[in-house]
Ligand binder design. Structure first.
Ligand code: AP5
Length: 281
């Protein structure tokens, strides 16, 4: 076979990039239209995600996580939602947790680690990966998560930090409305439901969280800076930390997140395709 010219190689690379973008667009479309269970199940490992979303209360973790869940068909484990579900069920844990949450403190590491461990082991939605929202919140939780994953020969891919000034969070938190059953969140001004105090999807009533007051927010922010900022520092050392400006509009924050995923994906998939046809350079 005659040697390939540089221009030919470049043209082939361009074609491969275009094909890959098209495949990703089609996959995203399939994900957003629901897809069927078998097509989700047949996704390759390169389409899975294992990530954590960090950021202070109101940064937008709960707003962005469901979109990532839809994109990757992964599970969204929000520890705050799990605790609130215990509160609603009036379990012993729920009663204890409510006191701590309303004071802006943290529930014990042991309880939270076991909660996540149970989900990662038993929740079938987590087979295609996971998005951890609100966990880990202490360095001890981060270390335990690393141990849990290394037992399964897995590693986190992204530790995304939603960065935003404390001053912008008061209006976000005090205007938030929640659909308790799904964890879906709205905002009275920034993201209002179609009908007053009513969930768009189920038509059920929305509520305000009991810890969403300006006073409790101050305590939650101080807990975040004291106990969770060191977790950010922990991931900065690992090379998987990615900061995102969370003061932007929600659509823009989502675009920044997509940028994080694309950056990671492009070199490896393109590399593997190129190497398969002997053009990796
Ligand atoms: P948790 O439920 O995790 O609360 P949090 O971390 O304080 O975070 P939030 O849910 O308040 O904020 P968010 O970033 O999800 O914001 P959202 O997207 O809704 O935890 C609650 C408590 O449980 C803790 O205080 C602790 O006690 C306990 N706990 C939980 N996990 C624990 C753990 N691992 N260890 C120990 N204890 C634990 O957005 C907020 C509002 O802003 C919404 O109304 C939204 O519509 C709006 N909004 C979002 N993005 C934008 C935007 N870009 N522009 C304008 N508005 C926006």
């Amino acid at each position: 076979m005659a040697p390939l010219k540089d221009e030919t190689v470049e043209a082939l690379r361009d074609t491969i990039h275009q094909l890959e973008s098209r495949v990703q667009q089609l996959e995203a479309k399939l994900g957003s239209t629901g897809g069927n269970a078998s097509s989700r199940g047949s996704r390759s490992n390169s389409d899975s995600v294992r990530m954590i979303l960090m950021g202070p209360p109101g940064a937008g973790k709960g707003t962005q996580a469901p979109k990532i869940k839809d994109k990757y068909c992964a599970c969204h484990l929000a520890t705050g939602d799990m605790l609130r579900s215990q509160v609603t069920k009036k379990t012993a844990l729920g009663r204890e947790a409510k006191k701590i949450m309303d004071q802006g403190g943290l529930v014990s590491d042991e309880i939270m680690v076991n909660m996540i461990k149970g989900e990662l082991e038993n929740n079938t939605e987590c087979r295609q990966g996971f998005i951890l929202d609100g966990f880990p919140r202490t360095v001890a939780q981060a270390e335990r998560l690393d141990n849990m994953l290394s037992e399964k020969n897995q590693k986190l891919q992204h530790a995304v930090e939603l960065q935003i000034d404390d001053g912008l969070l008061v209006s976000r938190i005090t205007g938030r409305l929640i659909h308790p059953a799904s964890g879906r969140s709205y905002h009275k001004i920034f993201n209002p439901p179609k009908e007053h105090m009513t969930d768009d999807v189920t038509g059920e009533p929305l509520i305000q969280r009991s810890d969403d007051t300006a006073e409790t927010l101050k305590k939650r922010l101080s807990t975040y800076h004291d106990q969770t900022s060191p977790v950010v520092a922990y991931y900065k050392k690992t090379g998987i930390w990615k900061p995102i400006d969370a003061s932007q509009a929600p659509g823009q924050v989502w675009k920044s997140l997509l940028g994080v995923f694309e950056k990671e994906k492009q070199p490896s998939t393109t590399g593997s395709l190129l190497s398969r046809i002997g053009l990796k350079g």
